[in-house]
Design a binder for this molecule. Structure first.
Ligand code: ADP
Ligand code: MG
Length: 262
């Protein structure tokens, strides 16, 4: 099982879209894929037609057992996506209450790792979608993941926040002794605008090793796909956005296999 976390402390940068796009492409390639919604907003859950306000069972249930994960529980929480080979561990809005309840509870940072350990033989790839806030859910994702994908909107303010965020992530990973490799993915790129072009160049200068060599372009089909409840490649497999994600996936697969599974 390979586990990738998609994270950025900023909202609206394409995290959820990245999870849906990569998840759909992996599933289409014949892999058994699980996407996990760790964002109390539940955008990924809504994408696949489930309502995070009313859903009966979700990732929230994992956190209700004093740091243990009862045998068989993770498998019972899985929901359909309508896409063959792709399963969802949904979010409910109740996840937002975890932050104040989990403080100081032993083992709460490894709940997601423990849940995924129970599903180890059932899935080839797991993609973790994250909330923008840095709390217990994000700590869980960083502890479980083997690689980190950081979507960054190509505009200057986003890049300023990136450095601070990477610094914080490094600190968490050091304390967890789980040092992840990461790939920075420029998103919402519009090559006709100066802001996009300049900020992509700035990213290249600052992160020559971690920056993905291409960028995900602005493509309105992503929003259409989410409204239709389909992964982007099923909605339209040949838009320039989907083609970019296909290239990203192939680079990520190559990168994570050459670094010994990281
Ligand atoms: P996040 O999960 O980081 O908050 P989302 O993936 O939900 O970001 O994207 C935020 C909004 O931007 C959504 O409406 C989504 O459809 C749209 N979006 C994401 N990526 C793109 C893109 N490459 N081109 C155009 N719109 C996009
Ligand atoms: Mg999101």
């Amino acid at each position: 099982m390979r586990i990738w976390a998609v994270a950025n402390q900023k909202g609206g940068v394409g995290k959820t879209t990245t999870v849906a796009a990569l998840g759909g492409l992996l599933a289409r390639g014949g892999k058994r894929v699980l996407v996990v919604d760790l964002d109390p907003h539940g955008s990924l859950t809504s994408w696949f037609g489930h309502d995070p306000d009313t859903i009966a069972h979700s990732a929230f249930d994992l956190f209700q057992h004093e740091g243990r994960v009862p045998e068989g529980l993770p498998a019972r929480l899985l929901a359909e996506t309508g896409c063959s080979g792709l399963s969802l561990l949904p979010a409910s809005t109740a996840l937002a209450t975890l932050e104040r309840r989990m403080v100081g509870v032993e083992g709460m940072g490894r709940i997601v790792s423990r849940a995924l350990a129970q599903l180890w033989d059932d899935f080839d790839y797991v993609l973790l979608d994250n909330t923008p806030s840095l709390g217990v859910l994000m700590v869980n994702a960083l502890a479980a993941a083997q690689h980190l994908v950081v979507p960054v909107q190509t505009e200057f303010l986003a890049i300023k926040g990136l450095e601070r965020m990477l610094h914080t992530l490094e600190m968490i990973m050091r304390s967890q002794k789980n040092r992840l490799g990461y790939t920075i993915v420029p998103t919402l790129y519009d090559r006709r605008t100066q802001a996009s072009v300049k900020s992509l160049n700035a990213l290249r200068r600052s992160y020559p090793d971690e920056l993905w060599r291409f960028a995900i372009p602005v493509d309105t089909k992503f929003r259409d796909a989410s409204q239709a409840g389909l992964v982007p490649s099923e909605f339209d497999s040949e838009t320039h956005g989907v083609r970019a994600y296909r290239r990203l996936l192939s680079d990520l697969l190559e990168q994570t296999s050459s670094s010994g599974g990281s």
